[in-house]
Design a binder for this molecule. Sequence first.
Ligand SMILES: Nc1ncnc2c1ncn2[C@@H]1O[C@H](COP(=O)(O)OP(=O)(O)OP(=O)(O)O)[C@@H](O)[C@H]1O
Ligand SMILES: [Mg+2]
Length: 417
Amino acid sequence: MTIEDRQPRVMLLIPSASYRAPDFMDAAQRLGVEVVVGTDRQNPFNDPATGRIVALDFEHPDHGANQIEAFAVLHPLDTIVAVDDGGALLAARAARRLELPYNSVSAVEATRNKALLRERLAAAGLPSPTFEVHALLDDPRPQAARLEYPVVVKPLALSASRGVIRADTPEQLIAAIERAGRILTSPEALEECGAPLADRVLIEGYVPGIEVSLEGLLDDGRLRVLALFDKPDPLEGPYFEETIYVTPTRLPAAEQQRVVETAEAACRALGLVDGPVHAELRLNDAGAYAIDIAARSIGGLCARTLSFGTGMSLEELLLRHAIGAEVDSYERDARAAGVMMIPIPSAGTLRAVQGQAEAEAVSLIESVTISIHPGSRVVPLPEGSEYLGFIFARGETPEAVEAALREAHGRLRFDIE
Ligand SMILES: Nc1ncnc2c1ncn2[C@@H]1O[C@H](COP(=O)(O)OP(=O)(O)OP(=O)(O)O)[C@@H](O)[C@H]1O
Ligand SMILES: [Mg+2]
């Protein structure tokens, strides 16, 4: 049977810890595509009516790709979409086997290994901080004595700023390496990072400046910018908690241009050519620095800030791209929009969240979603990797949206024991 005879069949790779399953499933339903969910656990979803589910070996992408290949013999796949970082490498390997269009394995590998990312970007001549890998078994003192400060210590393959720690002195560096090393020994961190990358950390020169995030879509190597977000809270460490994202950016046009050119150059350097890109960049007088480039769309529930044309979600846009369906408009809704990822203020057991109705009553606030259940243990950065929830706002200006997010957050009270 050919694609013309049936609905396109999409395999969505959704790790069980992902926030993004419902939004992608909704988009698939609206589009009328047949979805097969590939995930890392048996039956993690309550609602079997939402689609077929297959458990795949995400940890060993070669084995996982075998499983997908075997599945596709009986149920041919038209495209594979990784909704998060966790499935990107598996998608690349499986797409290569099935000869489906996708980024190369080597390009995706560089987005999943921060040391490789630095090597490739520096080799292509992009503005780069100094960087070196430190093996956790080695004595950190000689390195600590030799380096110039400040630096940033980071695990090679964790996400959401987990284990990312700034150090201003040799003593702080030694403590940061120890702390990142301890984080890497936890079972979930080890699973996410993968054993071969969990015995070392990256030490980078600290790049000062403001930070923005670019949401893009690659089509045959061409980068289309879908949104540029400002991150108006200072991100100076020692931990790098993501909080507010607001689009459109308030950067002057020339600076925006520098951001876009750097992101394009970074994609070229890595060999990324197809599908979503989420890039984090820092800007200062020396230029635009690509801090992080991922072959996926924006994480958490943050994509809910975006809407294209007459109300298409980012997920629908990405699925349309993946199946080669027409996209009416890549124009983002003209209003300003923003999200606050609600940081975890302290470690303990979350007893209650109060003030949600008061926060939702703030003008321009669209919704407040609390994503952690009362009774759960909560852990702040750098050890933790979750948010308490998300606050969404939309309005005429980025300033008004940012102010609304802060006001709403101020009305929430977290009872953590
Ligand atoms: N060299 C650096 N200089 C200054 N700040 C940095 C540097 N590296 C990282 N940061 C800060 O730490 C944050 C997290 O770092 P990074 O994006 O590399 O890791 P991650 O967020 O854990 O990975 P991912 O984005 O894949 O989830 C960045 O957004 C940035 O604010
Ligand atoms: Mg990041």
